[in-house]
Design a protein around this ligand. Structure first.
Ligand code: F6P
Length: 539
């Protein structure tokens, strides 16, 4: 009989009856071909397709049976996933290493809802900031926000990195069809001067607004870029007085914002209960909001909220994020897959895989559980991908005939935002063709093994009517909750990122060593010492 796991202790995960049953089930299924599974069950596709608010996921080309799902769902129940979902939505401090609630779902609560956490109505707080941001976005869009020479702002430059860049940058491209043609946004993230140096000559200081997006306002890359942008502006405007009209900040850290010289009235706040990689819906989305307008931004929030409600209320058997998460565990922990491809057949989503890399890999790229014990099983996969059909002419060879098993999500739409001749039919034909070829393969001609496609390569197909702001919100929330599901089953804290700290500390030390000509460094390993020396000689 399966027993309940201690939900705070995942160390028992692989010794439970359900895990063992999954391992035994894997032994019976690992050599079964998708061809057989489809031949045995004519209703397989419809039985294994789930839809929520117009977003449809066909799971049938995965190497699963109904028994697989039954066992995976039993695992989720043993881990008491439902109560964990409730705890997140209620605002419990589930980010245990930082002792914080995790409330990105509150960022998209409708206006008439309230959510009291530690005595504060966080939904009211969210809407207070949203209203301010909407007013600001309207001002910029209507040409009422004037630069130092009284010309309206026409260019917005978001200076941020990680979650303060990838979300708005991804969504800006994803929602290209919804943008105001009279405004353009740029996203500068890299500390490599080539990033900002490549942009500044192309923008007009009189009409450019810099949005300094940094939750902590201590991030080296962002502050370095912001200082460069500030100096550039002041030099061109001839006065520091230009700064308040050309710089706004998105942050939790009012003191650092003021220290930098941005007027606190030009700061839009967020809260420490919003993780950077979950912050697109907060003030961090300001540049996107300016580009697409508050109405489209609200539609995107509604899509997020629809997926939140689905995740919170749908039974696991029909719950899209739970199913995606569990099937990912099936591949990673039983088939031993190492990576997961996300392949949007929509050019506008070309930055979606990069966005998901941070979401997934910064959340679940961990090898100790939330209580600090070492895991004894694989956790988050390497997430990667590009938009279709480009990958087909690059790396799909390996997906079809390589030695590695790579589960993939294909994402497509019934209608294009940019209808043009038969482009969209041809694009979609390619999507369907790839999933068919991967699953079923093809016997090559006798004596030509290089033309054999074995097939049995799994994929899920995600389809929606059109890539609208609402659908983008659904898609992002789908993956957020998939990551949550997996993280909780693996016993991780998906909401901290201690693994990025060491590199920051070492870079600070090494930066000082690169910039002096004193003694050759000796405090590092011999490789690092030599690299620093080489750089000093050649810089
Ligand atoms: O270093 C990693 C990280 O903290 C991410 O988690 C975050 O999204 C990014 O840096 C940027 O942080 P901030 O918004 O505080 O500048």
């Amino acid at each position: 009989m399966a027993r309940d796991l201690d939900p705070t202790d995942a160390s028992e995960l692989t010794t439970t009856d359900t895990w063992r049953a999954l391992a035994a089930h894997y032994d019976t299924l690992r050599d079964v071909h998708l061809r057989e599974l489809f031949a045995q069950d004519r209703g397989r596709a419809s039985r294994l397709t789930v839809e929520a608010d117009g977003l449809l996921v066909d799971f049938s080309k995965n190497r699963i049976t109904e028994q697989t799902l039954t066992l995976l769902i039993a695992l989720a129940r043993e881990r008491r996933l439902s109560s964990r979902i409730d705890a997140m939505f209620r605002g419990e401090a589930i980010n245990v290493t930082e002792n914080r609630p995790v409330l990105h779902t509150a960022l998209r609560l409708p206006r008439d809802r309230s959510l009291i956490v530690q005595g504060t109505d966080v939904a009211a707080e969210v809407h207070r900031v949203l209203e301010r941001a909407y007013r600001f976005a309207h001002d910029v869009r209507r040409g009422n926000w004037l630069g130092y020479s009284d010309r309206p702002v026409r260019t917005v430059v978001n200076l941020g990195i990680g979650g303060s860049d990838l979300g708005p940058a991804m969504a800006y491209d994803a929602l290209a069809a919804y943008r105001d043609a009279g405004l353009e946004c740029h996203f500068v993230s890299n500390i490599d001067g080539a990033d900002i140096a490549g942009l500044l000559p192309r923008v007009d200081p009189e009409t450019t607004l810099f949005v300094v997006a940094s939750k902590t306002f201590t991030t080296l890359e962002t502050l370095t870029n912001a200082r460069t942008a500030r100096a550039w502006l002041v030099e061109r405007a001839g006065s520091e007085r230009a700064v308040p009209r050309h710089f706004v900040a998105l942050s939790t850290n009012g003191a650092e914002v003021a220290q930098f010289g941005i007027d606190p009235t030009n700061m839009f706040d967020l809260w420490d209960w919003v993780g950077g990689r979950y912050s697109l819906d907060s003030a961090i989305g300001l540049s996107l909001m300016i580009a697409i307008g508050p109405d489209h931004f609200e539609a995107m929030l509604a899509g997020f909220h629809a997926m939140d409600e689905h995740f919170r209320t749908a039974p696991f058997e029909r719950n899209l994020p739970v199913l995606l998460g569990l099937i990912g565990i099936w591949y990673g922990n039983f088939f031993g897959t190492q990576t997961h491809a996300v392949l949007p057949y929509a050019q506008e989503l070309h930055r979606f895989p990069a966005y998901l890399q941070q979401l997934d890999m910064e959340s679940n790229g961990k090898s100790v559980t939330a209580d600090g014990s070492a895991v004894t099983y694989a956790t988050g996969p390497v997430v990667w991908g590009t938009s279709g059909t480009n990958g087909q002419h690059a790396y799909f060879q390996l997906l079809h005939q390589g030695t590695r098993l790579i589960p993939a999500d294909f994402i497509g739409f019934a209608r294009s935002n940019f209808p043009l001749g038969d482009h969209h039919d041809l694009l979609t034909a390619n999507l369907f063709a790839q999933t068919e070829a991967l699953a079923f393969g093809h016997d090559g001609p006798e004596g030509e093994p290089f033309r054999l496609f074995e097939g049995n390569r799994p994929s899920s197909t995600l389809l929606a009517g059109q890539l609208t702001p609402f659908v983008l919100g659904q898609l992002v929330a789908l993956y957020e909750h998939k990551v949550f599901t997996q993280g909780w089953i693996w016993g991780l804290n998906s909401f901290d990122q201690w693994g990025v700290e060491l590199g920051k500390v070492l870079a600070g030390r090494i930066a000082a060593e690169l910039q002096t000509d004193s003694e050759p460094p000796s405090s590092h390993d011999s490789s690092t010492n030599e690299l620093i020396n080489w750089y000093r000689r050649h810089r």
